[in-house]
Design a protein around this ligand. Structure first.
Ligand code: KIV
Length: 284
């Protein structure tokens, strides 16, 4: 296992053209698999609301949910750069709220950085958190917390007018002090332009190849999350099928008394006769 990376390493990787591999994880086992596999970064996304907690979207996710999942991920991946995702309502109200909640990710869950969604309208929050000494990742394009305003989970920046606003957002986010930027569901031409224009690393989720690295949701790429799969997901496994088949086999084994077998039980140390005498004691 390599040395834990820092934000400086990610700047170096951008300079050298070395791509960052980034995945979401929400619990101890997934985080430890990610670390064993050599992922560069983990995001404890508020997508946990859908992928793990079964909500329709990310809006109901609370700060306490995020902290608890970040703590589990940190226990599973002590040597990986982990970013905590600020949930809806934890930074929108005031700069002070934003700093207090961002600090919780570092103090209570040992996160390396935080991510928040939005462009020019959250600049004061990015600046305040960054001024508090915390590494901030911006996130623009398809921003799930504002999918209501976007008219659903829709790709962004596909027209010149929309792309212009995203370029302005990206530049302003860097100027406000963000140390990295995530682009979600925008055309690759725009991704390429923004990643060349900015000096901070620019990463993609559904935004194509030409940037500094890729993020994917673990539940999507593993085939664990079945409600819907965005166009930009590549499925590397069908874990839902593996788990469901294992459960079905277990049900059949239990019903057919094929489990547990002799090798799965703890045999008594004392003799059969001694146990029979014990049982007789309770029958008198
Ligand atoms: O919550 C999350 O996993 C995210 C990704 C969709 C980028 O923010």
């Amino acid at each position: 296992m390599g040395k834990k990376k820092s934000i400086v390493d990610f700047y170096e990787m951008k300079k050298k053209g070395e791509k960052v591999s980034w995945i979401t994880a929400y619990d101890y086992p997934m985080a430890s698999f990610a670390e064993q596999a050599g992922l560069d970064m983990i995001l404890v996304g508020d997508s946990l609301g859908m992928v793990v907690l079964g909500y329709q979207g990310t809006i109901p996710v609370t700060m306490d949910d995020c902290i608890s999942h970040c703590q589990a991920v940190r226990r599973g991946a002590p040597n990986t750069y982990v970013i905590g995702d600020m949930p809806f309502g934890s930074y929108q109200v005031s700069d002070e709220d934003a700093v207090i909640n961002a600090c919780r990710f570092l103090k209570e869950a040992d996160m390396d950085a935080i991510k928040l969604e939005g462009g020019v309208r959250v600049l004061s929050k990015i600046k305040a958190i960054s001024d508090a000494g915390i590494v901030v990742f911006g996130h623009i394009g398809l921003t799930p917390q504002s999918s209501g305003q976007l008219g659903g989970f829709k790709a962004q920046g596909r027209t010149v007018d929309s792309a212009r606003e995203l370029i302005k957002d990206a530049i302003a986010i860097q100027e406000a002090g963000a140390r990295a930027l995530l682009l979600e569901a925008v055309p690759p031409e725009l991704t390429e332009y923004i990643s060349k224009k900015l000096s901070i690393p620019v990463y993609s989720i559904g935004a194509g190849l030409p940037c500094d690295g890729q993020l994917i949701i673990c539940g999507d790429m593993l085939g664990l999350f079945q409600a819907f799969t965005p166009k930009f997901v590549k499925k590397y496994a069908n874990v839902a099928e593996i788990i469901t088949n294992a459960f079905k086999e277990y049900v059949a084994d239990v019903k057919g008394e094929k489990f547990p077998e002799d090798k799965h039980v703890y045999h008594a140390i004392d003799s059969k006769e001694a146990f029979e005498a014990l049982f007789r004691e309770f029958e008198q």
